[in-house]
Design a protein around this ligand. Structure first.
Ligand code: ADP
Length: 305
């Protein structure tokens, strides 16, 4: 295996003695795309700033084999932080080429424009661009020097659904170029399609690091609905079932383990109609995990489960 681009070993950080990150461990390999997610205030931006050397060095962080902010890391890193850059009133192509001129080996402006779907806007003044186009120009400025490592902090904020989709396509193009990317985003359902691994930060600790599908496999809960002439109480003690809700035409079982509950329903199948079973969405799993972590924080209390 090649050398990791980033390694975080027991990283901790505090602002004015107020701990924000505690015992962070993560190794990122070249070409990996990591989705860094977590509630507001969890410490995502702080972690990105530490890795980039924007904040004072914290022990345990290695980037491109050295301390954060080392010259190799700086030259090989591109970053698109929250919000739009204050861009001067110039044409799109002009701006990209101006930024490229600051580097030794920039990508040709035409290639950056094509990569970011901005060829049609090449001669348009940046002041007249739409929000989504402006974010793409900001992105173009971050990749013009062909970085091997990209930091994208909430890159799709303020974009409509189509602009977000175009942006995620753009990230896939970066994957083909083997760029290592760390993205923070609130759009879990979208980030799951681009990120190889997800790191869920909760109150300064990782609540989960790994692949989405493994997270979903480990959380087998869901809901099972059907119509039946049988009384609701028939189902309340089946394995996995935590709740039975009867509406006018349906019974809905909430289960901690849908596989187990479905197996236990087999003897009743002749009396079950309009059967549907739905696994928890990633959004629900994420929210549960974050909530579970809340409970863990209070684990010393006798009432905690
Ligand atoms: P996120 O990006 O996940 O929303 P942040 O890294 O911005 O989280 O913030 C984590 C915590 O650190 C929050 O409680 C925030 O208030 C605090 N914080 C962030 N920046 C500073 C700072 N410069 N000084 C003091 N506290 C800060």
């Amino acid at each position: 295996m090649s050398n990791p681009i980033i390694s975080l070993n027991h990283v901790a950080f505090a602002y004015n003695k107020q701990p924000v990150l505690r015992d962070i461990n993560l190794t990122i390999q070249p070409g990996e795309i990591i989705g860094l997610v977590g509630p507001n205030g969890a410490g995502k931006t702080t972690l990105l700033n530490l890795i980039q050397g924007i904040l004072p060095h914290a022990a345990g962080i290695t980037v491109f084999g050295g301390q954060p902010g080392n010259p190799t890391a700086k030259a090989a890193t591109g970053s698109m932080l929250q919000g739009n850059l204050k861009l001067p009133r110039v044409h799109v192509a002009e701006l990209i080429s101006l930024i490229g001129d600051q580097y030794t080996h920039p990508l040709p402006t035409s290639e950056v424009l094509a990569l970011t779907n901005l060829t049609a806007q090449a001669n348009q003044n940046v002041a007249t661009l739409s929000g989504g186009q402006l974010r793409r120009v900001t992105f173009a400025c971050a990749i013009v020097h062909q970085p091997q490592l990209l930091f994208l902090d909430e890159p799709t904020v303020g974009m409509d659904a189509q602009a977000r989709q175009e942006f995620w396509d753009l990230i896939s193009r970066m994957r083909a170029r083997h760029v290592t990317i760390i993205i923070t985003s609130h759009y879990l359902e979208e980030i799951q399609h681009v990120a190889d691994r997800i790191a869920i930060l909760r109150q300064g600790r990782f609540a989960y690091v790994g692949r989405w599908d493994q997270l979903q496999a480990a959380h087998n809960g869901g809901q099972i609905s059907f119509t039946t002439p049988l009384p609701p109480a028939t189902f309340s003690h089946l394995p996995g079932v935590t709740q039975v809700v009867a509406t006018a035409d349906h019974l809905t079982l909430t289960s901690q383990d849908t596989d187990l509950t479905v197996q236990a329903l087999v003897p009743f199948f002749t009396d079950l109609h309009h059967f549907t079973a739905t696994r928890q969405s990633l959004e629900t799993i994420y929210l549960d995990l974050v909530k579970e972590d809340d409970k863990n924080e209070e684990v010393s209390q006798p009432t905690a489960v």
